[in-house]
Every structure is written in structure tokens, then in C-alpha cells.
Ligand binder design. Sequence first.
Ligand SMILES: NC(=O)c1ccc[n+]([C@@H]2O[C@H](COP(=O)([O-])OP(=O)(O)OC[C@H]3O[C@@H](n4cnc5c(N)ncnc54)[C@H](OP(=O)(O)O)[C@@H]3O)[C@@H](O)[C@H]2O)c1
Length: 209
Amino acid sequence: MSRTRVHNFAVSLDGFGSGEPQSLEAPFGHAGQRLHEWMFATRFWGPEGATGVDDAFAQQHGAGFGAEIMGANKFGPPGWPDDPAWRGWWGEDPPFHTPTFVLTHHPREPLEMAGGTTFHFLDASPAEALEVARAAAGGLDVRIGGGAAVVRDFLAAGLVDHAHLVVVPIVLGRGTRVWDGLEALEDAYAVEAVSSPSGVTHLTLTRRR
Ligand SMILES: NC(=O)c1ccc[n+]([C@@H]2O[C@H](COP(=O)([O-])OP(=O)(O)OC[C@H]3O[C@@H](n4cnc5c(N)ncnc54)[C@H](OP(=O)(O)O)[C@@H]3O)[C@@H](O)[C@H]2O)c1
């Protein structure tokens, strides 16, 4: 059965999935690249990268997905809906290679990119968006790709079957939080943690059946 999964979603010790302010020059705001340095050091990211526990988790990002759902603030910097030429951060061959559904209050026509990625723009509830993405995923899983608000909304709606979050040992102090409003989330999930020598902690949340 098609599952809904989050992978490689990085949060600071104080629970922020992004810094602020987000801009074209600083997509993660004052967090810079610090939330993802653990991933850039892996073989998943590049051939010179290390194997090991971080790589083993990171590799799951691509396994078994037929569609992605992301938020408007992951797709582009503030103001992108006013720029008809904006085609995402990732160039002409984005790394999704599946139908990719961008939740936005400013929908536009689909964008067909190289490599199998087509961006579809949806103004819909999480449950409605998931239904559309599932239908497009051809029986494979749907990745909830972020950012923080979208991961939080899908967790809040009880729509996530499995989540892998990576707690990075930095304190951001401000930004967009993942956990707000998700009181007692642990009641609905089996939670496991694996510490890596790199200093990050991999958390997995697997929904109790
Ligand atoms: N930590 C990580 O691993 C990770 C991973 C991916 C991305 N990020 C970062 O996270 C940041 C973005 O996260 P974020 O929390 O600011 O925003 P986000 O989750 O990407 O997007 C939130 C926005 O999406 C639109 N949206 C969400 N749900 C909607 C719905 N049901 N219907 C219509 N529109 C909806 C709204 O934008 P509008 O009202 O403007 O349309 C909303 O403000 C970026 O900096 C990105 O680089 C972090």
C-alpha cells in the first residue's frame, strides 16, 4: 500500500526546520547550510562523501517514491508567485523525477521539467492534496518534502505514516518550527533514535497501526 513518508528533514535542537528571513540569497534564512551539513558529507550527496549511519539514512530519500508534496516556501523565495519565470531552485532537471505538488494559494499552470519532474500547483487541504498525489504516484509512496509548515500540517492531520527527522546540534532561536501544536504526537507513533558520530540524531516516527 502507498505510504506517506518524510525523509531527511532536518531540525535544530529547538525544533526549527528553517531559519529566517528566507530570501533568494538565503533560502534557509540565518540557518544558512547548517541544517544540512551532515547530508552534504554523505555518499548520498556526492561520490566523495562518507558512508556510515548518516549515509544509510540519507539514501532512503529516493527509495520508493512516486510523487512529492511540498510547500510554497520550499518551491521559491518570498514573492515567487509574482514572477512568471520562476521555475524552482533546482534548474531544468530538478531532483524529484516524479509529479511534484506545490501547495500554494497562488496556483498556476503545471511546469513540465526534464527528468520526469512536473510541478503541479494546488490550493487544497493536506488530505485533498494527498489524494491527488497518491493517484499520480502509481502505487508508490508519497514524500512530504517540506518545508516545516507543510511537514507540521501533514503530521497534524494524521496523514504521515513514517517520518525521518534529523536533529542537528545547533540552536536557531527563530525560524519556522515543526513541532508547534503537535502535543503528544508520540502517542500516535513509535519513536526511535540513532545517534551518529557526526553529532546529529536520526529520529524515526512510525505510525502505530
Ligand atoms: N529542514 C529541512 O530539511 C528542509 C527541507 C525542505 C525545505 N526546507 C526549508 O523550509 C523553508 C520553507 O518552509 P516553511 O515552513 O517556511 O514553508 P513551506 O512549508 O514550504 O510552505 C508553506 C506555505 O505553503 C503554502 N501552503 C501550505 N499549505 C497550503 C495549503 N493547504 N493550501 C494552499 N497553500 C498552502 C502557503 O503559502 P502561500 O499562502 O504563500 O501560497 C504557506 O505559507 C525553506 O527555507 C526551505 O528551504 C527545510
